[in-house]
Design a protein around this ligand. Structure first.
Ligand code: ZN
Length: 205
């Protein structure tokens, strides 16, 4: 009778499999639906760490650099995301808190958690203290990081405003746009099973 840690469930079709060792560079596929269960990519922790650090740098620029400038009838106004969030007054204050939380704080926390968990693994060192708990936080935050929703929402809004004022996108907009790709790429490299088992065998607590 195998123990629970020797079993893996396909996230797409729920088929149950016995875990077998996977060679570096190879993949284990679901027997029923063919989706990837385990991908042993030795460079993945390093790639995810580098992409997360890149995301953090882009986020810093994205928050404080000008996001866009609007000009109409000779008047022009330029704003950063930070400035725009602080501009909400009175009843709209909770909205500024929500904006900063969803598009800045949660993605930043998640990137830091991923670097904290994966960089030591990438460097061949034992996991840092509480690495298991920190990686669990990173996993929980995944659905709540809404950078892409923000960028797409902004783009749609700009198309509508474009008719009445002329809009110039600032460097922060492009920083957010590039961040969609660095975050998505990092997510693509994360193989949960490999990370959990690396954390377990290298004694993270
Ligand atoms: Zn499957």
């Amino acid at each position: 009778m195998p123990s629970v840690s020797d079993l893996i469930v396909c996230p797409y079709c729920d088929a149950l499999h016995d875990v077998a060792p996977v060679e570096p560079g190879a993949r284990a596929l679901c027997r029923r639906c063919g989706s990837t269960l385990i991908r042993n990519r030795p460079s993945a922790p390093l790639l995810v760490s580098v992409l997360s650090i890149t995301s953090l740098i882009l986020m810093t620029g994205g928050v404080f650099f000008p996001f866009l400038s609007v000009s109409s009838y000779g008047m022009s106004n330029e704003s950063s995301v930070f400035g725009a969030a602080l501009a909400f007054q009175g009843d709209l204050r909770p909205l500024s808190f929500a904006v900063l939380l969803m598009i800045v704080l949660l993605p930043v926390t998640r990137c830091i958690a991923l670097v904290y968990t994966l960089l030591p693994l990438a460097l061949g060192r034992p996991p840092l203290r509480h690495a298991v708990r920190v990686f669990r936080v990173a996993e929980r935050l995944r659905p709540w990081s809404m950078v892409e929703v923000f960028v797409i929402g902004t783009a749609v809004a700009l198309v509508k405003v474009g008719g009445i004022a002329s809009i110039t996108l600032g460097p922060a907009f492009w920083a957010f746009a590039v961040m969609i790709f660095t975050v998505a790429l990092a997510d693509g490299y994360i193989n949960r099973w490999s990370i959990w088992s690396a954390l377990a065998t290298r004694n993270g607590s």
